[in-house]
Every structure is written in structure tokens, then in C-alpha cells.
Design a protein around this ligand. Structure first.
Ligand SMILES: [Zn+2]
Length: 387
């Protein structure tokens, strides 16, 4: 099967586009705002082009056709699907705006030389917590609204210190890269091919009800964990290697006493905390109840991801300084999510109340997901594109 051009891929997904929503016209955006929308497309293209140069599990060249689009619709933040030899990755068009706005609010509370929220002996110095108030909706997501909202946001941010703005951009880049690469991972690791063949599921929408009914929930959570672990570790390593656009640590901040490795690890932890606060899906109060949902609770996903990232950097003693400290400060900084008045501080208290470290829900559930993932990985193996 030869590679398809964009027109042919669009024809394959015509019915999906009708069902999932109108395409967001990027050409209606301009300058800086357009760049913010192009960043995830650039990274997804890099990853999928690389996957195309590899061989499949039968040592045959991979034939991967793909398309990445922003869509205007309400019910999802991102998703992906496979059809007739092509992969389609889609992001809701209000995501970059909501995310960038949250990154600016967050960066304003940061001590950038330490890459954590401003604190003294782990006590927050900022008196106001970050409250995320908006959610995805159609009126927010069309190009005219987006351009208008961004212009207002940029005007309101004009007073912000240049370094703070640059740090917000750095966090935005990591976070949007995470969202997009997480979807690419569902394709590259074979998840979309697997759920289509085994469970007759065409669209791998994050948090969809169809998915909840068709895929066993333990399998669903294992797929999420595998996409998360590959994405967060990959982004951390790539950012450390210098593959990023807005990296504030590439030239500036040489005056910081902390290592570049520590500052970047903290920043990735911060960016992931922001994005998991913005898109919680069906967030419920008790984290153990999330075992019956498609995704692990975002609080638990974060715990698992910082554990995974710690295998890539530092030594055994650096986990607390690289990941746990910024994560703990983030837990304390976000007030609520817009969907539910239930901050992560309460979940954290619940987790810690269980007693010894080995009894923590976050710890025992991590042990379990590792075992389930190994089993699920064997099943998804034939659909896997690389490694
Ligand atoms: Zn996912």
C-alpha cells in the first residue's frame, strides 16, 4: 500500500469528520497564536515520521499514513482512530487557549530559578490559589472566538515579566506536547489497531462512553498507563537533550544554583500537573473508585508518571528534589477543577491516611498496573509500530 496524500486521508476520515466535528481552520489564525497551535502538530509529525522509518514486528517496513487536526466540538479533548491503513489524531481547538492561559497563571506564581511554586520551607508564599474555570465548549473553540480570546489574554498579560512569560511558554510546550504525544503513543504502541480489531472500537476518544462499554476497564487503564509512561519519559529525555523550542534553561538562568537536569525535571512535573488539572475527564472524589473508569485518577496518573520519570534522571536520592517537591507544591497550588469542587490536597490526605508507604493506594495501584500492562502489552504487540 503506497503512502496516501492529505486529500486521500481526508476522504478516508470524511465520515469521522462529520461525526466528530468541524475542522478548525488554522489559516484563520496569525503570528504567535498560530505558532502555539502548530507546535503539537510539529511534534506529532516528527514522532509519526520516525515511526514510519522503522520496521514492524515482522521486520517489514511500516506503512503509516496519518493526519493531525484540530476539531471544533464539545465532547472530547483529544483522541485518535485507525481506518483503512491511516491514522487520524485530533485535538479540540480550545485546548491550546485553555492550556496557555493556565500556564501563564501558573508561571506567575513560580520561582523560576528553582522551577517550583514560590515557597519557604514548603509553605506556599502565594496567598491565592489557581482556579481553573473554563471547560471545552463549541462557542469557545471556533477560530474567531479563539483569535479574540487570545488577543485579550495577550493584552492582559502585557505587564508580565519577560522571563515569566518565557517560562509559561516552556510549560505550554511541554504540556501540549504531552497531550499530543500521548495520542501518538496510542497509535505507535498499537493500541488503536488493537482496540479496533479486538473490541470493534473505531474511535479511541479519551473518556468516551462507547469506549467505557466496549473495552474492559483494567485493559483501558493499562493502555493509558503505557501511553503516559512512554510519553512522559520521552519528553523528559528529549527536553534534556535540547529538543524543544521555548526552553528557558538553554541559555538563560545560568545564575541558578540548581542543575539544569533538576530544573527541567521539575518543569516537566509542573507542566504535567497543569494539564492533568485542566482535563480531568470523569473526575470522581475517591481515587480508588477510578479503578472502574477508563482512566486512572489524574492524581494517581501523576504519581505513576513521576515514578516513571525518576528512572530516567538523577540517582536514588534525587526523586524528592526532582519530582516529589514540585508535585507536592502543585497539589497545594491548584484550588479546584471546573468540573468538581475537589482539590488534590484532599486526595493526598486520603492517600497518606492509609498508613505506611507500602499501603498507599498510589503505591499498591502502581504495582498492579505494572503487572496488568505487561499482560496487555503482549496482546498489543502485533499492532505495535516501533520497538
Ligand atoms: Zn489515552
Amino acid at each position: 500500500m503506497p503512502p496516501l496524500n492529505n486529500k486521500e486521508i481526508n476522504a478516508i476520515f470524511k465520515e469521522k469528520l462529520f461525526y466528530l466535528g468541524e475542522e478548525f481552520n488554522l489559516s484563520l489564525l496569525s503570528g504567535f497564536v498560530k505558532t502555539l497551535y502548530q507546535i503539537p502538530i510539529e511534534y506529532a509529525t516528527q514522532a509519526l515520521s520516525l515511526a514510519k522509518t522503522q520496521q514492524d514486528v515482522n521486520k517489514k517496513p511500516i506503512k503509516l499514513n496519518y493526519s493531525i487536526k484540530y476539531l471544533i466540538n464539545e465532547p472530547f479533548n483529544a483522541g485518535t482512530c485507525n481506518r483503512d491503513g491511516a491514522s487520524f489524531i485530533f485535538i479540540n481547538s480550545s485546548v491550546p487557549y485553555l492550556l496557555f492561559k493556565a500556564c501563564i497563571s501558573y508561571a506567575e506564581l513560580c520561582d523560576i530559578k528553582k522551577s517550583t511554586i514560590k515557597e519557604k520551607k514548603l509553605k506556599l508564599l502565594a496567598t491565592k490559589k489557581i482556579k481553573l474555570t473554563q471547560k471545552l465548549d463549541y462557542s469557545l473553540a471556533n477560530p474567531e472566538s479563539i483569535e479574540r480570546l487570545f488577543q485579550k489574554l495577550l493584552k492582559d498579560s502585557a505587564h508580565i515579566n519577560k522571563l515569566v512569560f518565557q517560562y509559561a511558554l516552556f510549560l505550554y510546550e511541554i504540556a501540549i506536547r504531552f497531550l499530543t504525544m500521548h495520542e501518538c503513543m496510542h497509535v505507535i504502541l498499537g493500541h488503536t489497531g488493537y482496540v479496533k480489531q479486538k473490541f470493534n472500537l473505531d474511535d479511541y476518544l479519551e473518556f468516551s462512553e462507547e469506549r467505557e462499554h466496549k473495552i474492559p476497564l483494567s485493559t483501558s487503564q493499562a493502555l493509558e498507563f503505557m501511553a503516559d509512561r512512554n510519553t512522559c519519559r520521552g519528553i523528559l529525555v528529549q527536553t534534556l537533550q535540547g529538543n524543544s523550542i521555548y526552553n528557558v534553561y538553554s541559555s538563560k538562568l545560568k545564575s541558578s544554583k540548581l542543575s539544569r537536569e533538576m530544573l527541567i525535571s521539575r518543569s516537566v512535573t509542573n507542566a504535567l500537573s497543569i494539564i492533568l488539572h485542566i482535563f480531568p475527564g470523569k473526575l470522581i472524589e475517591n481515587m480508588s473508585e477510578t479503578l472502574i473508569k477508563t482512566h486512572p485518577h489524574p492524581f494517581i496518573r501523576m504519581q505513576w508518571m513521576i515514578t516513571e520519570m525518576s528512572y530516567e534522571v538523577g540517582d536514588e536520592n534525587s526523586f524528592n528534589h526532582y519530582f516529589l517537591k514540585p508535585f507536592a507544591l502543585n497539589i497545594a497550588t491548584f484550588k479546584d477543577n471546573f468540573e468538581i469542587k475537589y482539590p488534590w490536597t484532599l486526595l493526598s490526605d486520603k492517600d497518606l491516611k492509609e498508613g505506611s508507604y507500602r499501603n498507599l493506594f498510589s503505591y499498591t495501584s502502581y504495582k498492579k498496573i505494572i503487572i496488568t500492562s505487561k499482560q496487555v502489552q503482549k496482546e498489543t504487540q502485533p499492532f505495535k509500530l516501533i520497538y
